[in-house]
Design a binder for this molecule. Structure first.
Ligand code: P6P
Length: 351
């Protein structure tokens, strides 16, 4: 049998299918427009705000992908070979997102890991954006996954005035949307508006994010635990016992679990959400409130976790119930699969 015609037909068939498959692509903009059409009284300003975030994510993605080639790595404040001031990529990312949100006109103000105080944008807009523009940026130079994390709130003070602290210090339960962009082996935007979690992968060939992970649900139990064990000497006795539990041999319960930790919250969280697992950044003696930031790391990830069926706690309360007191407040975090968090809490309650 001559295989060539068969192979051609098969490839041709695949090509036809792939064209047909391509016609079924749902872009982020189409998905958001569909969500907006179902939302009572939606005027499209949230959809436009998402468009601004999407644009900034594509620009940051471009800058990250070229970072190894163009002299933009290194520490902020140094001078590169052309004698230009080097800006760290997280400073660049901060400026890219703020520029996009400013041009878009739907953002009232931004709180950011890179901004000490509230960054006023447009007094006449109604949305507050809390963001970590480039989380895990120490991983850039070693090509590990990094991310942008964002939360969106409605302002609570009158439109037409500058944003105030009470607009920005809102509980996580007041978020109207949250998401992250993971710049990894592929670039994905994952978000929720309270109606489940959906993931979109950037297709460079069409320059848009396309629905690739509809209605993400995190497994109730998993076998991955993520924590910086370098801090083990500073863990509470209950946490020490839980980590030992993760390492114990128990075939029926699939232990020992797998230790996976890349030092990038978005990278560690995204993997654990899809596969099942637990992410822990506890309070330690050195950092009695933990390390991660409530407003632009913990709350958005907590919103996504809960919408995907997981649990996000400080160890003593639901993360999204924490009453914020300052823009860059830190909290301990225990986030992940429902059953794993339950077992962990039993250990933490012991001590
Ligand atoms: P450590 C990155 O700096 C970050 O804010 C998170 O993305 C990450 O999970 C954590 O800090 C890593 O911290 O102390 O383990 O290096």
């Amino acid at each position: 049998m001559h295989l060539l015609p068969y192979i051609r037909a098969k490839l041709g068939h695949l090509r036809i299918n792939s064209d047909r498959e391509m016609n079924k692509v749902i872009t982020l903009s189409q998905f958001i427009a569909e969500e907006q059409s179902k939302a009572m009284g939606a005027k499209g300003d949230l959809s436009r705000l998402f468009g601004d975030i999407k644009l900034a994510a594509k620009i940051v993605n471009r800058d990250i992908r070229k970072a190894g080639l163009v002299d933009i790595l290194g520490e902020h404040g140094t001078v590169n070979v052309q004698g230009e001031d080097v800006k760290k990529l997280d400073v660049i990312a901060n400026e890219v997102f703020i520029d996009a949100l400013t041009a878009g006109m739907d953002c009232c103000a931004v709180i950011s890991e890179e901004e000490e105080i509230i960054r006023q944008v447009n007094n006449d807009a109604k949305y507050i954006v809390a963001m970590d523009p480039l989380d895990g940026s120490s991983n850039i130079d070693v090509n590990a996954a990094i991310g942008t994390i964002f939360s969106i709130y409605r302002r609570v003070t009158p439109i037409g005035t500058p944003a105030k602290l009470e607009d920005c210090l809102q509980k996580g339960t007041e978020q109207i949307a949250a998401g992250y962009v993971i710049y990894g082996s592929s670039t994905m935007l994952v978000y929720t508006t309270g109606n489940g979690v959906n993931g979109f992968t950037l297709d460079a060939s069409i320059g848009d994010f396309c629905l690739s992970h509809p209605d993400i649900k995190t497994p109730e139990r998993g076998t991955i635990y993520s924590i910086n064990e370098g801090n083990a000497s500073k863990f509470s006795p209950g946490l020490e016992k839980y980590i030992a539990y993760c390492k114990d041999v128990n075939k029926e319960e699939n232990r020992p679990y797998k230790a996976r930790y890349i030092g990038s919250m978005v990278g560690d969280f995204h993997r654990n959400m899809l596969k099942g697992g637990i992410f822990i950044y506890p309070a330690t003696q050195d950092a009695p409130k933990g390390k991660l930031r409530l407003m632009y790391e913990c709350n958005p990830i907590a919103f996504i976790t809960e919408q995907a069926g997981g649990i996000a706690t400080t160890g003593t309360q639901r993360i999204m119930e924490v009453e914020p007191t300052e823009l860059h407040q830190r909290i301990p975090v225990y986030i992940g699969s429902k059953e794993m968090i339950g077992v962990l809490m039993d250990f933490l309650r012991e001590n």
